[in-house]
Design a binder for this molecule. Structure first.
Ligand code: ME8
Length: 531
């Protein structure tokens, strides 16, 4: 069934420390997808937020000499600033300390308790404080190490509430079978089954008494609700589930015509792919259509993490190189769905090769030639005139199809790579057609066709890049003299629709970076520079 609208979410990040480039990666790629869908005329509701409860935050706040609320307020302020800086187009931002969330989470807990899906018992197990997770003997192994973060775990015991996973396990496995596209990449599903389900899935401990920074259980307030039960439900509380304003919930969750997509990193697949569908079923609610698991950005050989202090701060990168450079790098460098690494050399190389030399240069050369040969007016489309015109036109047409099919399938990196290929093709077309020779030989019709084909190819590329290059694509349209009201997406299907407007020469979209200077600058930001 072709869905009419989309609900797309990022994880809600912990305000235990400032966000780094890994968080920017997830949010930027989710934003690219949301902008793409809107550009194609779909309604798309985009949610992100902050996961503010839990022991780690309580501890970090205490070491900073602040109350947990003061502590998270300050850090969450930085979240807002970062998303604004990166031009993130989220429709809402949920904080798990907001009343709209707290009250509903308490209701959800009560419903599960009443239904018998949650019971009171005793918990004994290996607990990893930084990850807020209990693990079994097998999972921690002989060295008693957290399988997620690699740090030591401690034995802990407490009276606690449990969620009966057994009530929903068969149904979950059937759901996986019936919905092969639910969890992608496919390898993640096998990992869930082999690592967590096959060895025997315990009931999930869903309350804590060892700290108090959480949502109290209404029926027994010395317990707070486990941070993952609290956090996962953000996806429905933000829409007004179980509230006096259920309109968004009806439109974006209950309505089968809406496609629900969660984007998340590989580190939190277990919570989203196993427990979240169970919680939803317990509440009698529909499950998401898609969970897309992206890989983690590494720093050299180790995971980038706040606690290891080897993080890249996105703020100075945007200040120096612009929002589009960072958005582009994140989208293009590391294939969405695979692991990758950040390196200053690759950052500078990407900007120079793809944006300055390829796309920026294409636009610059074309605008200059149209100024020189046609007094700045883009010649009208007259069909394919030179021997090379057809190839460029069909390349543009097939790029649109490839871009859409990739993006619809969340293959965002591949979609953008297809646009790069079109840009390279257009640069090659200049070498093939040698406009300066056509001008010398007075072949005006051919020359006009070449300029028109170039302008049309640039329009298609700039339009397809627009969800990523949010500032530069509009500048490219300005340089082609295309009015703001004439930039609609439908034009990418009509090669030749650009023509007759007066170009406006502007600044280089992406000035070439001096690699040696910039690599050193970024290394300095990362604390890698050898003094
Ligand atoms: O796990 N590379 O929050 P969190 C790529 N609050 N992405 C990264 C990354 C990296 N090095 N580091 C983090 C939590 N991320 C919970 C989520 S959702 C109901 C609750 C991204 O602040 C990635 O998307 O630790 C990962 O899943 C998420 O940030 C974890 O953020």
């Amino acid at each position: 069934m072709i869905k009419k609208r989309f609900y797309i979410t990022t994880p809600i990040y912990y305000p235990s420390a400032k966000l780094h480039i890994g968080h920017a990666y997830c949010t930027t790629l989710t934003d690219v997808f949301a902008r793409y869908k809107r550009m194609r005329g779909f309604e798309c509701y985009f949610l992100t937020g902050a996961d503010e409860h839990g022991q780690k935050i309580e501890k970090n706040a205490a070491s900073a000499g602040k109350t947990p609320q003061q502590f998270v307020d300050e850090i969450v302020d930085g979240f807002y600033k970062l998303w604004e800086l990166l031009d993130i187009s989220n429709d809402d931002f949920i904080r798990t300390t907001q009343d709209r969330h707290v009250k509903v989470v308490q209701d959800i807990f009560s419903k599960m308790l009443e239904k018998g899906d949650i019971y009171l018992g005793k918990y004994e197990g290996w607990y990893c404080t930084p990850c807020e997770a209990f693990w079994t003997d097998t999972q921690v192994g002989p060295d008693h190490i957290c399988p997620d973060c690699g740090r030591p775990v401690q034995m802990a015991e407490e009276e606690a509430y449990f969620f009966k996973t057994g009530n929903y396990l068969d149904s979950l496995l059937k759901f996986y079978d019936d919905n092969p596209k639910f969890l992608v990449p496919e390898s993640r599903k096998n990992e869930m089954i082999n690592t967590f389900i096959k060895p025997g899935l315990d009931d999930l401990c869903v309350s804590r008494t060892s700290f108090s920074w959480g949502i109290p259980i209404r029926e027994n307030p010395k317990h707070v609700i486990y941070v993952w039960l609290d956090a996962l439900t953000n996806y429905i509380t933000a829409l007004g589930y179980d509230s006096d304003h259920p309109e968004l919930f009806k439109k974006y969750w209950e309505d089968p015509e809406c496609e629900i997509i969660h984007i998340l990193g590989a580190d939190i697949t277990r919570f989203h792919a196993i427990y979240w569908p169970m919680f939803l079923e317990s509440l009698g609610l529909r499950k998401p259509d898609r969970e897309f698991v992206h890989g983690l950005l590494m720093m050299k050989d180790s995971k980038m993490s706040k606690s290891k202090g080897n993080v890249v701060d996105p703020f100075p990168l945007v200040e120096r190189y612009g929002v589009d450079a960072l958005r582009y790098y994140l989208t293009r460098e590391v294939t969405f769905g695979s692991d990758g690494s950040f390196s200053p050399e690759q950052f500078v190389e990407r900007i120079n090769a793809d944006l300055a030399n390829s796309f920026g240069n294409l636009l610059n050369r074309t605008v200059s030639m149209i100024n020189k040969y046609f007094d700045g007016v883009i010649p009208e489309y007259k069909g394919d005139v030179t021997a090379f015109d057809g190839a460029l036109r069909t390349a543009a047409e097939s790029t649109v199809r490839l871009y859409e099919s990739n993006l619809d399938d969340l293959k965002i990196t591949e979609a953008i790579a297809a646009v790069n290929d079109l840009v390279s093709r257009a640069n090659k077309y200049i070498d093939e057609t040698t406009p300066w020779v056509l001008a010398k030989e007075g072949k005006i019709e051919e020359l006009a066709s070449v300029m028109n084909h170039l302008a049309n190819a640039i329009f298609v590329a700039a339009k397809l890049y627009e969800p990523v290059l949010v500032k530069s694509s509009p500048k490219a349209f300005d340089q082609l003299g295309i009015d703001e009201n004439d930039r609609d997406y439908e034009k990418v299907y009509k090669f030749g629709s650009i023509g007759g407007t007066k170009v406006v020469k502007g600044d280089q979209l992406f000035p070439r970076l001096d690699a040696a200077i910039e690599v050193e600058y970024i290394q300095g930001l990362m604390g890698l520079r050898k003094e």
